[in-house]
Write a new protein. Structure first.
Ligand code: ATP
Length: 362
């Protein structure tokens, strides 16, 4: 058994005073009424694996009301290894530790990655493009430290270019300089994104075929820079981007923002050749996100050589029987899973037999 979470400790984290939870190697079900802290527990597990959380909360929001600081820690075990990771939250800061030594949040996914699936994700196909970009980028950030750097450097330079565009009389020489930096950073990000996307797409199509028998899913990276970018080198992407910025400069100046680039891109899905966003049923759209998350699990295994931790926050109740069965088969393939629920009735008998049930109460 690869690396997995053995125990989690929380002190003054969210609604918890002092809390410790032991996890099974396979599935652990956190059961309890609304607002007892199930999602808060999932958030702690995500923080200690991904290094960031889906809630994008400020540090102060994670500290228990009226307390000065919070600490969460996890013991990871597997293949004869024992690794302790922890995070201390105080004031505006979070400090991360691995085996007692200070580390960066980026070091955590290198140890153990996680894939989170929650009810918000169910509208993945229908929501705005930024959700799909974020999903890809959040995964990329965990899978590759370089990805995180490239992404934040690029977003910073776009922000600075936008700031210049908002000035009353933008300095055009300065704008030239920002164009060069934005196109180089953007091309680097785009090349990394396209590589990642391609690998996910490969898994996604196979997994979807298993979930929705007989249907063919495909997806396409839709770039504001044009079609079929996959075959281009980073330098070619950089030239293309620089040209687009030049062509679009008057529009950018008028609208006071950078209108092309990876910050505007999207992912489009088709089922049997038809646009899944416009024509897909709700069930089909849910199968897509289910398959997408499973593809992330498969790809993390490939990237870090280790099964990630799968976090399912309150999704079983949202899936119909077929998709619940697909999820059941998937988690039974031996991946460590933590799932929250208010009602154990949503779980197939066979899953309950194998799972460890932890009751969370106030
Ligand atoms: N910093 C904090 N200090 C104290 N309590 C907090 C803090 N942050 C969140 N809470 C409380 O935690 C509770 C929510 O917990 P959580 O989101 O984990 O619920 P849950 O068990 O997942 O419930 P549901 O089943 O409704 O999703 C709320 O009552 C909220 O007020």
């Amino acid at each position: 058994m690869g690396l997995h979470v053995k125990t989690l400790g929380m002190r003054d984290w969210r609604n918890f005073g002092e809390k410790s939870i032991d996890f099974a190697d396979g599935m652990t079900i956190l059961a309890g009424r609304n607002a007892v802290g199930k999602t808060n527990t999932v958030e702690a597990l995500q923080m200690l694996t991904a290094g960031v959380t889906f809630r994008k909360a400020k540090p102060s929001q994670q500290v228990r009301e009226d307390c000065a600081a919070a600490k969460i820690s996890a013991r990871l075990e597997g293949d004869g290894r024992v690794i302790d990771v922890s995070c201390e939250v105080e004031g505006k800061r979070r400090r991360f530790f691995k085996n007692g030594k200070k580390c960066s949040s980026q070091d955590l996914p290198e140890t153990l990655m996680s894939v989170l699936f929650n009810p918000d994700d169910l509208s993945f196909v229908k929501r705005g493009a930024s959700y799909r970009r974020d999903e890809l980028d959040s995964f990329g950030r965990q899978a590759n430290r370089g990805y995180a750097k490239v992404l934040s450097a690029y977003l910073r330079s776009v922000e600075q270019r936008n700031r210049l565009l908002k000035e009353d009389y933008p300095d055009l020489a300065l704008l030239d300089a920002w164009d060069a930096s934005v196109s180089l950073g953007g091309a680097t990000l785009l090349a990394a994104r396209l590589r990642l996307f391609d690998r996910l797409r490969h898994y996604l199509r196979d997994i979807y075929r298993e979930i929705a028998t007989g249907e063919e899913l495909d997806c396409r990276y839709v770039s504001s820079l044009g079609e079929d970018l996959g075959a281009r080198t980073r330098d070619e992407l950089c030239d293309l981007f620089a040209r687009k910025l030049e062509e679009g400069r008057q529009d950018d100046l008028r609208r006071q923002q950078t209108l092309v680039g990876p910050q505007r891109d999207d992912i489009a899905f088709t089922i049997d050749g038809r646009d899944a966003r416009a024509y897909g049923s709700q069930g089909q759209q849910r199968s897509i996100v289910l398959a997408w998350k499973m593809a992330e699990v498969r790809l993390s295994q490939e990237v870090v050589g280790e099964q990630p931790l799968l976090l399912l926050d309150d999704v079983m109740s949202e899936l119909d029987e077929d998709r619940r069965d697909a999820m059941t088969r998937f988690v039974q393939s031996g991946i460590q899973t933590v799932v929250t629920t208010t009602n154990l009735g949503y779980f197939p008998e066979e899953l309950l037999l194998d799972a460890k049930v932890v009751r969370i109460d106030e």
